[in-house]
Design a protein around this ligand. Structure first.
Ligand SMILES: [Zn+2]
Length: 238
């Protein structure tokens, strides 16, 4: 037959274990928005980098086309000069047109070197985008499923929390109002109100209980409080 004190302690321990689970759930639930945001940020960062590289590729293509047009235009100028050569009368003018053609050809050759460089850069960016495309898709999938499971955990947590609240209300009604008030006061101050004592040590504050009290505690005939942390204590065989 369990003593009144044992019943009281058991009931308070039930309340306490409900509260501990409830605290865990609450901190999990309150972390959810941050978790979701972190996933969004991860995706966004990746997307941003992707878009940046895409923009860079577009710019390179534009520059390449511009150079292509420059080369075309210069070729036209060379052709015109070559036509002019045919109708030239004196050597001086002939030499001057030849030099003009050489100059334009030199410019074109420089532009063509630039174009090769653009092509190489474009290829590098294209390869980057290609290699990241799958990775991006994978990340999108990962974020989607991760978010779904967080959401699920959230819903489960909320449901469990409601169950715990109902249970707490029910069990707390079994506690004598004065004791419940004491319990709540200690709980609000210490986080937990009930602590086991074994090997003479209060497991709430890890301090030693006086020998006399330790002996009394084992009799379990009335509620006792830890002289250090004021928690409600009970004896637990080690
Ligand atoms: Zn204590």
């Amino acid at each position: 037959m369990r003593s009144t004190t044992q019943v009281q302690i058991d009931t308070l321990l039930k309340l306490q274990s409900i509260e501990i689970e409830r605290n865990g759930l609450n901190s999990m639930l309150s972390g959810v928005p941050q978790k979701l945001q972190a996933l969004d940020t991860k995706l966004k960062t990746f997307e941003q980098r992707f878009t940046e590289e895409q923009t860079r590729l577009d710019e390179l293509k534009k520059k390449y086309r511009q150079r292509e047009m420059d080369v075309e235009m210069n070729r036209g100028r060379i052709k015109k000069s070559q036509e002019k050569l045919r109708s030239v009368k004196n050597n001086k003018e002939y030499q001057s047109i030849l030099k003009e053609i050489d100059d334009i050809e030199a410019i074109n050759s420089k532009i063509e070197d630039e174009m090769i460089e653009y092509l190489e850069q474009m290829e590098a960016v294209e390869n980057f985008l290609l290699s990241r495309k799958d990775e991006f898709e994978e990340l999108k999938e990962h974020v989607k499923s991760e978010k779904a499971s967080i959401q699920e955990e959230y819903e489960r947590g909320k449901k469990r929390l409601m169950e715990l609240n109902t249970e707490w209300d029910k069990i707390s009604k079994q506690v004598e109002p004065g004791l419940l008030k004491t319990y709540l006061n200690i709980r609000d101050k210490r986080g937990t109100a009930v602590a086991a004592v074994n090997d003479s040590v209060c497991r709430g504050c890890h301090l030693n209980i006086p020998p006399q009290m330790y002996n009394e505690l084992q009799r379990c005939d009335s509620l006792r409080f830890c002289p250090h942390c004021q928690r409600i204590i009970y004896w637990k065989a080690s």
